[in-house]
Design a protein around this ligand. Structure first.
Ligand SMILES: [Zn+2]
Length: 159
């Protein structure tokens, strides 16, 4: 059986040298995404898409804004997803994503981000796709991510 999920996230984009992280890769030293963890909108939207497809809830249920997750590297959330949520039950067929950010060009980082996400999820690079968008002047003060995920359930011949 196949199951789809959708994830969305948005963080305010601020000036400052904390580092802007997209898919676990630092893409700017001039801007950062304000948030409880490292503000990695792409990773947060992936977590929600995978949780949605698996029918197991949302990011806040697993990674609440508590002390443990303060300034945490979001990429660790993906590793937890694989070991605890997908474990033996689901296999990722593919993940597609859009990241909208105006102030930083993501194209030069596309390979690195793809590699980072694929490694954290333990999937082939061809199963993850990212489309960076500038937002055409509408979203100068934010970074947003839209993600869809298709999972196949294991053990019924579809995976
Ligand atoms: Zn977030």
């Amino acid at each position: 059986m196949y199951r789809t999920g959708i994830g969305y996230d948005i963080h305010p984009l601020k000036q400052g040298n904390k580092g802007l992280y997209v898919g676990g890769i630092k893409v700017s030293d001039l801007y950062y995404a304000e948030g409880h963890s490292d503000g990695d909108a792409l990773v947060h939207a992936i977590v929600d898409a995978v949780l949605g497809a698996s029918g197991k809830g949302n990011i806040g249920m697993f990674f609440p804004e508590n002390f443990e997750n303060l300034n945490r590297r979001s990429l660790e959330f993906l590793e937890y997803l694989c070991s605890e949520i997908l474990s033996g039950d689901f296999e990722i067929v593919n993940i597609d994503s859009v990241v909208i950010v105006e102030k930083i060009r993501l194209l030069p980082y596309l390979e690195k981000i793809t590699e980072s996400i694929a490694k954290a999820l333990g999937i082939e690079r061809s199963k993850f796709n990212l489309k960076p968008k500038s937002g055409n002047g509408f979203f100068a003060n934010s970074i947003q991510a839209y993600v869809t995920c298709l999972l196949a359930t294991r053990g019924d011949g579809s995976a």
